[in-house]
Write a protein that binds this ligand. Structure first.
Ligand code: GDP
Length: 140
């Protein structure tokens, strides 16, 4: 399997509870390398732009308000099959359905406040990485 990069976001519910290190340990334990990382505060407009694909969903307002409610840590994870591997480490969207040991099983508070975002395919990963990072900021 090829080396890939994927975008990860540690969401405001997790930064609020000081879980950045514990979540990063999950990535590193799974063999993913954090090749870029920064802590930022999104505006509502930036969150709406990032999640534009979900704009017709009933929870769009709630999701974008939540994502702008506190700091997030945006990061690029690199590794063999990183997109899929990260989705496995994250666990299912709803923590009630997430497999034991996954980030969402251990840390997520609800289906909305579920601690992490991860790109769902290599193409979206490239777009999402470019949304937050310039090439100069990615140091493998
Ligand atoms: P993901 O790829 O596992 O993050 O899931 P989706 O792409 O389906 O949804 C994107 C994000 O929208 C999720 O991670 C949640 O934060 C949020 N979300 C999804 N479903 C719901 C819902 O039913 N209610 C609320 N409030 N948020 C939701």
């Amino acid at each position: 399997m090829a080396t890939e990069r994927t975008l990860s976001i540690i969401k405001p519910d997790a930064t609020r509870r000081n879980l950045t290190g514990k979540i990063n340990a999950k990535f590193e334990d799974a063999g993913l390398r954090i090749v870029a990382q920064k802590r930022i505060q999104l505006t509502k407009a930036q969150a709406e732009k990032f999640y534009a694909v979900h704009s017709a969903r009933p929870f769009f307002g709630e999701l974008t308000e939540f994502m702008a409610s506190g700091p997030v840590v945006v990061q690029v994870l690199e590794g063999e099959g990183a997109v899929l591997k990260n989705r496995e480490v994250m666990g299912a969207t709803n923590p009630k359905d997430a497999a034991p040991g996954t980030i969402r099983a251990e840390f997520a508070e609800s289906v909305g406040e579920n601690s992490v975002h991860g790109s769902d395919a290599p193409e979206t990963a490239a777009e999402e990485i470019a949304f937050f990072f310039s090439g100069l900021e990615l140091v493998g």
